[in-house]
Ligand binder design. Structure first.
Ligand code: GLU
Length: 474
């Protein structure tokens, strides 16, 4: 028996779609569980739509996501001569033929079929007149596969037994007049040459599979096993598309989703580990996932759930783990990990995305004299004649407290409040405004310690100086 080998075979006509990313993940995990391997093949024979930069983006998105592979990337565009050879071989063996029908002739056939209410299928006109000899002159032609009638049956790991009737399939094109193969030819030739034993792909390809099985048979190749993955639907229950949100892995990366969270989320689109667990690392999933446990029913892509899951990953990650992913969201002058580690440690449990985290970190990284005060919070917490005096007292207390840690700064503030006979809130809220510019923040003594004594005092002094000034001066 051949060793198990799967492949992920994206067409580089755009970014890595989340559906494609899920297909890659499912292929990888199935291969890993069964000790098989996975190959990456770039299906770039459609010259009109394929782009090299899309191929490169797909490769880098897969790497970002944590999908690895054992062989490739192999580019189909490097194998064009080979597809021509294999098509010619089928012509010589009488399993395919040259078709000289012009576009106009085919259009006329189609129009006639439609006029009589029938669905058009190529009449097979050139089949009879076909000669196996190489084409003469430069007359344009395609090579078509000769579809023989009969049942086509295969077992799908997800859908069970599938039956098709070859009657319904017309003599499809293998090689175009410009010498480029159709998807059907290149995919089957490659799956044979590359010893693929299991093809797992989106079920939009289900109707192509009978054609492929006929081709495998024509090449005397054993068809691989198949697994057709259920569709991914958007929140509107229609096929996932731009209408309802982002569809590429890159867009989620740019939104500030962690790769491990997206991996985990996509893994659960159509599969569940069989217990209540939702959060799962790649290495845990490696031992559990199996294509035969994938659901037949379409999966719904719920962006809210992705945000929740990302938040869970943000909570679990250490600042050092977050750093390489967070850095692209920070400005170049933001600082080093050494400098920012305490701010990240204070904020990472509060953000659902890296982008949110970077935004939330801003007040703490900003120069002390550049904070803007939230107008509503300022109106609420800076009113009354004695705020300035209270903040002066607090400033003095924080200037001398030792050590400048969470416990001592809190004790210092509470001590001043008690001595003045007012609630601690009268100090805490203005202090928060002074240190963050905001009405809400992490526990304020954490904030003070993260900023350090010097910056805390500087920020507090600046607030004191603005109290009582007209709003525009603050
Ligand atoms: N290249 C095809 C696509 O991107 C997939 C082909 C396959 O997996 O057989 O849809």
């Amino acid at each position: 028996m051949k060793p198990m080998k799967l492949r992920f075979a994206p067409s580089p006509t755009g970014f890595l779609h989340v559906g494609g990313a899920r297909t890659a993940i499912f292929n990888l995990l199935h291969a890993r569980k069964h000790g098989g391997s996975m190959l990456l093949r770039i299906e770039d024979t459609d010259v009109e739509r394929s782009r090299q930069h899309h191929a490169e983006q797909i490769v880098s998105s897969l790497q970002w996501l944590g999908v690895d592979w054992d062989e490739g990337p192999i580019y189909q565009s490097d194998r064009l001569d080979h597809y021509i050879e294999r098509a010619e071989e089928l012509v010589l063996r009488g399993r395919a033929y040259r078709c000289y029908c012009t576009i106009e002739e085919l259009e006329a056939e189609r129009a006639a079929a439609e006029a009589s209410g029938k669905q058009w299928r190529y009449s097979g006109r050139c089949r009879e007149s076909a000669v196996a000899a190489p084409a003469t002159g430069s007359r344009a032609h395609v090579i078509r596969f000769k579809v023989e009638p009969g049942p086509i049956e295969f077992h799908d790991l997800i859908r069970g037994d599938v039956h098709f009737d070859a009657e319904l399939i017309d003599d499809f094109v293998l090689l175009r007049s410009d010498g480029h193969p159709t998807y059907h030819l290149s995919v089957v030739v490659d799956d044979i040459d590359m010893d693929i034993t299991l093809v797992a792909r989106g079920d939009d390809h289900l109707s192509n599979t009978p054609k492929h099985i006929l081709l495998f048979r024509a090449f005397n190749g054993e068809p691989p096993d198949f697994a057709h993955l259920p569709l991914i639907l958007g929140a509107d229950r229609k096929r996932l598309s731009k209408r309802t949100g982002a569809t590429s892995a890159e867009e989620y990366r740019d939104m500030g989703i962690l790769p491990a969270a997206l991996f985990n989320f996509l893994l659960l689109l159509g599969w569940a580990p069989g217990d209540d667990r939702e959060l799962m690392t790649i290495s845990e999933a490696r031992g559990l996932f199996d294509l035969s446990n994938v659901n037949k029913a379409p999966a719904v892509f719920d962006p809210e759930k992705l945000l929740w899951m990302n938040g869970q990953y943000m909570i679990k990650a250490t600042p050092d783990e977050l750093w390489p992913h967070l850095q692209p969201f920070l400005s170049a002058e933001a600082g080093t990990l050494e400098e920012l580690r305490p701010i990240i440690a204070m904020m990472h449990t509060r953000a659902r995305t890296l982008r949110d985290l970077a935004e939330m970190m801003k007040p703490y990284m900003a120069p002390d004299d550049s904070l803007e005060y939230d107008a509503a919070a300022a109106a609420k917490h800076l009113k009354g004649d004695d705020v300035r005096q209270r903040m002066d007292l607090l400033h003095a207390a924080l200037a001398s407290v030792e050590p400048f840690d969470i416990t001592s700064t809190e004790a210092a503030l509470r001590g001043v409040a008690e001595a003045e006979g007012v609630g601690a809130g009268k100090y805490i809220h203005p202090l928060r405004l002074a240190l963050t510019g905001l009405g809400a923040s992490p526990p304020i003594f954490d904030v003070a310690v993260v900023l350090g004594r010097e910056r805390t005092l500087r920020r507090l002094r600046r607030l004191i100086d603005t109290i009582g000034l007209p709003a525009s001066a603050s």
